[in-house]
Design a binder for this molecule. Structure first.
Ligand code: HEM
Length: 218
């Protein structure tokens, strides 16, 4: 029996991630904290608090990267040029001072995000979901955030190393390669569905963090 001609080919993982997380992206992008930070209504302290949370989050994400690269498929998603932890450390040293490591405070929403990364981050589908959510976001909306932080709070390049990918001169071709790598993973339908679900969760963990930052800074 032939399939009806109207049956669309199954969408690629990268497309399913983009489409599947569209509402969650919209939600994250329009939280009060993000809108006010982007609109210049907050201050460097709010940006610094976000950077501190990202220090913990990328610590866990990049610990997962170091492990998943031992897996042949996992290795295709790990790019040294994406590594953000050293950049965040530089930003915090500038924003907080040399004692930044003992000065920063990790919020409960961050602890929950980190716990999820430590729990599932070394499974291929979960790693793909979390790495996609953060790194493609940093290379997309992150570049807009960088410009707004320069404009409103007089930051940069000191303090904005996180958003500066020295080894990725053009985000677009890099993101295309990253999406090809996602689409080349050998995943079952079930694993693909799991990846999309985990990416939605990753967005919600980010939104929960913005809500907590908003309660403090807005
Ligand atoms: C993509 C803006 C927040 C994750 C994009 C794109 C824009 C954008 C314009 C499309 C770029 C392109 O087509 O190449 C923004 C703005 C934000 C924001 C203005 C808030 C200030 C976030 C957050 C996350 C995120 C909080 C997740 C933590 C992503 C991801 C993509 C993306 C994963 C890639 C979508 C895809 O092509 O598959 N963002 N974003 N964004 N953003 Fe955001």
């Amino acid at each position: 029996e032939t399939l009806p001609a109207t049956d669309a080919a199954p969408a690629s993982l990268s497309l399913r991630l983009r489409e599947g997380t569209r509402p969650e992206h919209e939600q994250a992008e329009t939280t009060g904290f993000v809108e006010k930070l982007m609109g210049g209504e907050l201050d460097v302290a709010a940006y610094t608090d976000l950077a501190a949370q990202q220090y913990a989050i990328y610590g866990a994400l990049e610990q997962a990267s170091a492990q998943i690269r031992d897996d042949a498929q996992g290795a295709t998603l790990v790019f040294d040029e994406l590594t953000r932890t050293p950049s965040i450390e530089k930003d915090l040293a500038f924003l907080v001072g040399s004692d930044w490591a003992t000065e920063i405070r990790i919020l409960p929403a961050t602890e929950a995000y980190v716990a999820r990364l430590l729990e599932v981050g070394t499974s291929l589908s979960a790693y793909a979901a979390h790495a996609y959510t953060r790194y493609l976001g940093d290379l997309s909306g992150g570049q807009i955030i960088k410009r707004m932080m320069e404009r409103h709070y007089g930051l940069g390049p000191d303090g904005l190393a996180f958003y500066t990918f020295d080894e990725i001169p053009k985000a677009k071709p890099f993101k295309d390669v990253y999406r090809e790598r996602l689409d080349s993973l050998d995943l079952t339908d079930e694993q693909i569905a799991e990846t999309v679900e985990e990416a939605k969760l990753a967005f919600r963990l980010n939104s929960a963090l913005f809500a907590e930052l908003g309660a403090i800074h807005c």
